[in-house]
Write a protein that binds this ligand. Structure first.
Ligand code: NAD
Length: 424
């Protein structure tokens, strides 16, 4: 899967290069990362044993600014996966018009089996392993799967210790007290909301009471579901890795989020649904499987969990009219054609989930200027970045008579192309 993930991501480059008539030398350069780094991280476990963990940082492109992308802790991480994700970061940052290049990092580890002390030592070892290549104008890591503000706080602190001075701008996604910003935690979900709102407008959909199903109820899925619910959409289903909650009249997302803390996961006990007038609240709320969630008769389907959740084996059963791809690589390459054949409008990951890195960009700017904008201005700025990106990509898709995925890559390639040509 991981090897194919990179190979398949490159197909977007080929197709967008052709459709956008991009210089072949630029495409050649963008087919591989500028630099790939591997480290072996020694970590003392609580038992006293010394373990060595494999880690990578892939610096894909610095054409538009410092390398930028998260660090993932996962037992199935591999170099190929990090390459694919750093490729996506490059095109996401370029498509959004941010002054960032693209990078990504990972440690092959199961963090769920580690104590907090072990995790802290691993996080600090990661910075020691790659210290030379990190820095606020060189390479700026952020959180990703299984890493969070606490982990980024340890990393930032370790970097400062080695550098002998405070450099908050070297990492984003930090805790507030270490220079993080208020909007970062929900910026990916919020960005997804702005994108779907704008695309619905362009595509001529009524924005009220559309039915939505969200697969994945973590950071991205839960924030987005909550904003959609509060904005008048009817969120009929949400899921975690075990099961999904479904209510045709709409779920009460805020209540579910609140009680999920206690419950630990999505169960029948917290299957809260709305009493909507004129709707017979058809059979209340039920627990269904993750696969069934994908097949629900909704207007919008949002994969916000894992790579390849929508693939050749289930794409044919999807009934939604629009897919907002919030997870990175949420739709596998072999599903694109099936979805296109069913006239499903796909909003690609590099646009849909760009709010996260747009939030990181704001944090990086705030740290550089040593000035906090405050939540209201931060969300206003995020709205501006995401609405502009949605408009540019929508217009490009009309201009080139192509889908939004290829249009997003062309917008990115046009920006990258200018910079790369100046350097070769
Ligand atoms: P998370 O770990 O907080 O949440 C993931 C959710 O998916 C959880 O609810 C989990 O139970 C569920 N899940 C896991 N395996 C599943 C499976 N096999 N089937 C169905 N559900 C499953 O992660 P997140 O930060 O919300 O990220 C979700 C996706 O969005 C990832 O692809 C990530 O790369 C992407 N993304 C995240 C951010 C961000 O800022 N967090 C930014 C851009 C992209």
């Amino acid at each position: 899967m991981a090897a194919d993930f990179f190979k398949n991501s490159l197909k977007n480059l080929d197709e967008a290069g052709r459709v956008g008539k991009i210089d072949s030398e630029v495409l050649k350069i963008l087919q591989s990362p500028e630099r790939t780094l591997e480290a072996n991280l020694p970590v003392r476990m609580d038992s006293g044993e010394l373990k060595i963990f494999k880690a990578w940082r892939v610096q894909y492109s610095s054409s538009l600014g410092p390398y930028k992308g998260g660090i993932r802790f996962h037992p199935e991480s591999s170099l190929e996966e990090v390459e694919a994700l750093s490729f996506l970061m490059t095109f996401k940052n370029a498509a959004l018009g941010l002054a960032f290049g693209g990078g990504k990092g990972a440690v092959k580890v199961n963090p769920k089996e580690m104590s907090s002390g072990e995790l802290e030592r691993l996080s600090r070892a990661f910075v020691r392993g790659f210290y030379d290549v990190f820095g606020p104008d060189k390479d700026v890591p952020a959180p990703d799967v299984n890493t969070n503000p606490t982990v980024l706080g340890w990393m930032s602190d370790e970097f400062d210790k080695i550098a002998g001075k405070k450099t908050p701008r070297a990492f984003t996604g930090k805790p507030l007290e270490l220079g993080g910003i208020v909007s970062r935690e929900s910026s990916t979900g919020y960005g997804g909301f702005i994108v779907i709102r704008e695309i619905l407008k362009f595509a001529g959909y009524p924005s009220s009471a559309l039915k939505v199903a969200v697969q994945g109820f973590g950071n991205v899925g839960s924030h987005l579901a909550e904003i959609l619910d509060e904005s008048g959409f009817r969120v009929v289903a949400v899921s975690d890795s075990k099961s999904a909650l479904y209510a045709n009249g709409g779920l009460d997302i805020r209540k579910i989020i609140k009680d999920r803390e206690k419950e630990g996961r999505l169960t029948k006990n917290i299957c809260y649904y709305k009493n909507v007038e004129n709707l017979s609240s058809e059979e209340g709320c039920e627990v269904i499987s993750n696969e069934d969630l994908l097949k629900l008769d909704t207007d919008i389907l949002i994969p916000a969990a894992i790579e390849g959740a929508i693939n050749a084996s289930n794409a044919g059963d999807i009934k939604a009219k629009i897919i907002l791809e919030m997870s990175n690589g949420g739709i596998s390459e072999n599903a694109y054609e099936i979805l296109a054949g069913k006239n499903i409008l796909v909003i690609p990951d590099i646009l849909a989930n760009g709010g996260g890195v747009a939030g990181s960009f704001l944090e990086w700017l705030s740290n550089r200027e040593n000035r906090l904008l405050g939540a209201e201005k931060e969300f206003k700025k995020l709205e501006e970045y995401m609405a502009n990106a949605a408009k540019n990509i929508w217009d490009k898709s009309l201009e080139l008579k192509t889908n939004l995925r290829i249009a997003a890559y062309v917008v990115a390639l046009e920006r990258l192309s200018k910079e790369i040509k100046n350097k070769i």
